[in-house]
Write a protein that binds this ligand. Structure first.
Ligand SMILES: O=C(COP(=O)(O)O)[C@H](O)[C@H](O)COP(=O)(O)O
Length: 333
């Protein structure tokens, strides 16, 4: 028996970059995963004429990507879309089906972000101030469209410890011509009195409308509700987590303590526990609107959209066919 075609370097590099957060943010991760799947298809097609070997190589690539970070469902949804459309009896047809799917997926991502940006922009009025947390390309699309509509928007940007994604948000908003004030995370409540909206993205949205996003989002939402500031979540529909339809919860990624405390300080403090959860869950009652490319939804009604898009169960095309059947109801991200 000849050996299976190797994993593409593009897949290996993309997986490593997602794990180390060189590539980060749910939509960006999804786009990178689709590109890596396309690279694997191209390389594998030039190395084998065995359709079964081609399919195995594609599934292996999918698993490598899937295993990188557990919380953003855009990653498995990207694999569902691209590997789920792989079909054919020969390598050329299989290759073409994957390439058509990755191209369609990337186009959909761009269009969805643009469309939801227009919806979100309608919620922003001329002169409004938004408070942001982390860095979300979906959330930024709303501000970008509002600015294009001629609205004057200001932003209070939380730095978002420990990785300071707020710095990326601050830079990109500044480049859009938005007046930006950067604050430390713990100053958020004080500055909420100056904000007209809290605007965040999402890594996953559960069937009950719970929003999984960067750690600190839920505390911000509770404070915002107490201050009467509406909370808007910008999330294209690849952020809907189909496994939650069948009762599964979303796994919250725990990251390395080195992101929280430098080695010297860690050593000086000694025997303590350092926890570094990357995400939290904001209950639906603290969210005013989820803005998607299909319009805006109260969180409680997002389940209808989820059923429409995914049906009652989500397949796992990166798994071997037998494993898919056996694990169809098993625990997931
Ligand atoms: O929580 C994060 C990123 O976390 P991390 O930096 O740990 O990946 C973002 O708010 C969402 O992924 C949405 O981003 P987008 O709207 O770009 O998909």
């Amino acid at each position: 028996m000849t050996s299976d075609p190797p994993l593409s370097d593009a897949v290996d590099d993309t997986a490593a970059d997602i794990a180390t957060m060189e590539i980060r943010g749910a939509a960006t991760i999804a786009a990178a995963a689709a590109d890596a799947v396309a690279a694997q298809a191209r390389e594998t097609a030039s190395e084998t004429d065995d359709p079964a070997a081609f399919e195995r190589a594609m599934r292996r690539a999918g698993r490598r990507l899937y295993d990188t970070r557990p919380t953003a469902v855009s990653l498995p949804n990207a694999l569902r879309y691209t590997l789920g459309r792989m079909e054919g009896d020969d390598v050329e047809t299989l290759h073409d089906s994957v390439l058509a799917a990755t191209t369609a997926f990337t186009d959909r991502l761009d269009r969805a972000q643009n469309d939801l940006g227009r919806v979100g922009a309608n919620r922003l009025r001329d002169g409004d101030t938004v408070m942001t947390h982390c860095h979300s390309t979906d959330a930024l699309s709303c501000v970008e469209h509002a600015v294009e509509q001629g609205k004057d928007i200001s932003a209070i940007v939380k730095e978002t410890r420990p990785r300071n994604q707020g710095h990326i948000t601050a830079t990109q908003l500044r480049d859009l011509g938005v007046d930006v004030t950067l604050i430390v995370d713990s100053a958020a409540r004080r500055y909420l009195d100056e904000a007209d909206h809290v605007l965040v993205g999402a890594d996953s949205i559960a069937a009950d409308g719970g929003v999984v996003n960067k750690i600190g989002t839920s505390g911000l939402a509770v404070n915002a509700r107490e201050r009467g500031v509406p909370i808007m979540v910008a999330a294209q529909t690849i952020k809907l987590h189909p496994d939650t339809l069948t009762g599964h919860t979303v796994e919250i990624e725990m990251r390395d303590e080195a992101e929280v405390i430098e080695a010297d300080a860690r050593e000086a403090i000694g025997d303590i526990t350092v926890d570094n959860p990357a995400f939290d869950v904001t209950p639906p009652r603290y969210v005013d609107a989820i803005v998607t490319e299909s319009g805006q939804f109260p969180p409680e009604s997002i389940v209808t959209l989820m059923r429409e898009l995914f049906g009652e169960s989500a397949d796992r095309p990166w798994e071997e066919p037998d494993a898919t059947t056996a694990d169809a109801t098993g625990p997931t991200a």
